[in-house]
Design a protein around this ligand. Structure first.
Ligand code: V0V
Length: 141
């Protein structure tokens, strides 16, 4: 079902400040950044230099709007770990398998994630208090 830990997501109030912190403190480098209007985030993906392509990344998530999931998380919990994302080869198959086990998925159909991946989330109350994301990466051509 799961082929890798794709990324770990941290909610941050200020994306540029968080990128600078992770670069200067831990030597991480930005591999990608984008705005996802539907998810209400401005995000950056970072990796440790020397890690193979496809290794686990760190995702920094800043809110675009006050009614977004990240703004709500920051209001309630402050900055910190917001999600754990598992990479899967087939997100629909993963959704079906998890639904069959009685877990609630947040969306009926996959939505668009980072770099045109297809994503869904398991409700944190059904995954030990962790917001688990399922990521099917876009095919690389
Ligand atoms: C809320 N709760 C969490 C949580 N967010 N627990 C663990 N981790 C989190 N991140 C708890 C919360 O404290 C409540 O617990 C309970 O869940 C239900 O809270 P709620 O008030 O009913 O729900 P909301 O409005 O806080 O929404 C929570 C969910 C929301 C998870 C439904 O954040 C959501 O839709 N997330 C999925 C989308 C998302 O996170 N997008 C941003 C990343 P108590 O107090 O009842 O015990 S975008 C992204 O990852 C992309 C683009 C990508 O990777 O490709």
């Amino acid at each position: 079902l799961v082929t890798a830990v794709d990324h770990v997501g941290i909610a941050v109030p200020d994306l540029e400040a968080a990128i600078a912190f992770h670069r200067e403190t831990f030597g991480l480098e930005v591999t990608h950044s984008e705005v996802n209007e539907e998810q209400g985030v401005h995000e950056a993906m970072l990796r440790a230099p020397g890690d193979a392509t496809g290794a686990t990344q760190l995702q920094l998530l800043a809110p675009l709007r006050e009614d977004s999931a990240i703004a709500k998380f920051l209001d309630r919990s402050g900055p910190g770990l917001q999600q754990l994302a598992f990479r899967v080869t087939d997100v629909e198959a993963a959704m079906s398998a998890l639904r069959a086990k009685g877990l609630r998925l947040l969306y009926d159909e996959p939505r668009r994630g980072t770099a045109n991946s297809r994503i869904n989330f398991v409700h944190p109350k059904d995954a030990g208090g962790v917001l688990v994301e399922l990521v099917e990466p876009a095919e690389v051509h």
